[in-house]
Design a protein around this ligand. Structure first.
Ligand code: PA5
Length: 430
């Protein structure tokens, strides 16, 4: 995995970072790295996520999921950080798996009803994921899935395992029914838990190589050091932060691979929930190449100068030849492949932004496989932790998210929450 920052420098882009500013930024990275390294060593809250390549117990994950080897469909019931890391991995590698993985995060009744009527619940495995064990959406969806299984004669206790903390309603429910439980790692917030039981259990049910995922992450762990020039994750985090300081308040994450579309969603959560504090933070936007070249690129190239575009691609992929045509005008496509065309589209977008003096950063994976995904997830988490240090925010808390969770529970009558009292009707219908 590589990060190329050339198109974010002031020689090419505005906003852009001058060579002098880059040197000063590197000093800030060195100081931040000291803090991060201490946090990792001490397994402090949040920083512990960057120790996962060393700490995660992949054998325990494999042992628990081995009981579900007959799975044809996986229903991962969880939301936010309890869904997106796992979804990034299994969506990216979906072509390599015979298991169809679905992520029941939202509580849209029409969507859930349709999904449950389509899948064969007898060959379905349910992984209920919640660090707190109290998240209303997750618990509600779990009750709905459990009921659907029971009413079709499936013993849900045979087909369900949970991934949750030591305490909480979900843990107690699991104990009461003797369900297998994968523990949540200590000190790792949901959105940083892709490389733990939370993200890897789904990958294991889908038959992916957990060792390779962790090996890719370990490679990036070893690269953490006091300079952005020797570490792709830090380089990305530092550049994104510095561009935001110079006016690029939006970060458009644009992978050129359908398989990485969910990665952009995961990144958006990581960046927004971790850095959006104290009036600071960079707004993540989600785009997909080449599709959004035909829509959002117009704004990125010619709209306000408030954006960084992050272009992500695998440098190697299985190509599909474009067949010969009987039309002379299409001869230029002859002898090429869809992958080649995708690369040309990527190069064109990058060049088009550079020609207009708009900053972009290029992130390249060798290919979309377990090792490179582990590296990408770890590097982006390191980028986010570094950016949090540079902004001076508390990266690992999410009070605004907790506020909404409490308000929703209070409104449903689960307890006495101040947040629920603040939800007053203020309609002004036009
Ligand atoms: O990153 C976070 O902390 C959140 O996105 C949580 O993962 C999300 O709110 C789900 O919480 P829980 O795992 O407690 O159900």
């Amino acid at each position: 995995m590589h990060v190329d920052i050339a198109n974010a420098l002031a020689d090419t882009a505005s906003p852009g970072i001058s060579r002098d500013a880059l040197a000063r930024l590197d000093d800030q990275v060195a100081a931040a790295h000291d803090r991060i390294e201490r946090g990792i060593e001490g397994r402090e809250h949040g920083y512990a996520a960057l120790a996962l390549p060393e700490d995660v117990d992949v054998d325990a994950i494999r042992e628990t999921t081995a009981a579900f080897a007959d799975t044809e469909t996986l229903l991962n019931v969880g939301i936010g950080g309890s869904a997106l890391g796992a979804a990034t991995i299994t969506d990216a590698l979906a072509n390599e798996s015979s298991v169809d993985a679905y992520y029941l995060d939202n509580v849209d009744p029409e969507w859930i009803t349709a999904l449950l009527s389509e899948v064969d619940l007898a060959s379905t495995t349910v992984n209920v994921v919640s660090r707190s064990g109290t998240t209303a959406e997750t618990l509600a969806n779990f009750l709905v899935v459990r009921d659907a299984m029971t009413s079709t004669g499936v013993d849900w206790t045979d087909r369900t395992f949970v991934t949750t903390g030591e305490e909480g309603p979900l843990r107690r429910l699991a104990d009461r029914h003797g369900l297998p439980n994968l523990p949540q790692p200590e000190g790792v917030p949901g959105r940083f838990s892709a490389l733990s039981t939370v993200g890897l259990a789904a990958a294991s049910v889908c038959g992916h190589d957990l060792d390779a995922l962790v090996a890719g992450a370990s490679e990036q762990r070893e690269k953490l050091g006091p300079s952005l020039h020797s570490n792709p994750g830090y380089a990305y985090g530092a550049i994104a932060y510095a561009l935001d300081q110079r006016g690029a308040s939006v970060n458009a994450m644009m992978p050129y691979a359908e398989s990485l579309e969910t990665f952009a969603e995961w990144f958006a959560q990581l960046w927004a929930e971790s850095l959006g504090k104290d009036g600071l933070g960079q707004t993540p936007a989600r785009a997909l190449g080449a599709t959004d070249q035909h829509s959002q690129l117009q704004l990125y190239r010619a709209g306000p100068r408030d954006k960084l575009v992050t272009l992500v691609r695998p440098t190697e992929r299985d190509d599909h030849d474009i067949p010969e045509s009987d039309a002379e005008e299409l001869a230029y496509l002859e002898g090429t492949g869809l992958g080649e065309l995708m690369d040309a589209e990527f190069d064109a977008t990058e060049a088009s932004l550079a020609a207009a003096g708009r900053p972009s950063v290029r992130v390249e994976l060798d290919r979309v496989d377990e090792r490179e995904l582990g590296a990408l997830l770890y590097a982006m988490e390191a980028a986010c932790v570094l950016a949090g240090e540079l902004y001076g925010v508390d990266t690992f808390v999410q009070p605004a998210v907790e506020w909404g969770k409490n308000a929703a529970r209070g409104l449903l009558g689960e307890g006495d929450y101040d947040e629920a009292d603040a939800v007053a009707a203020k309609d002004e219908l036009i």
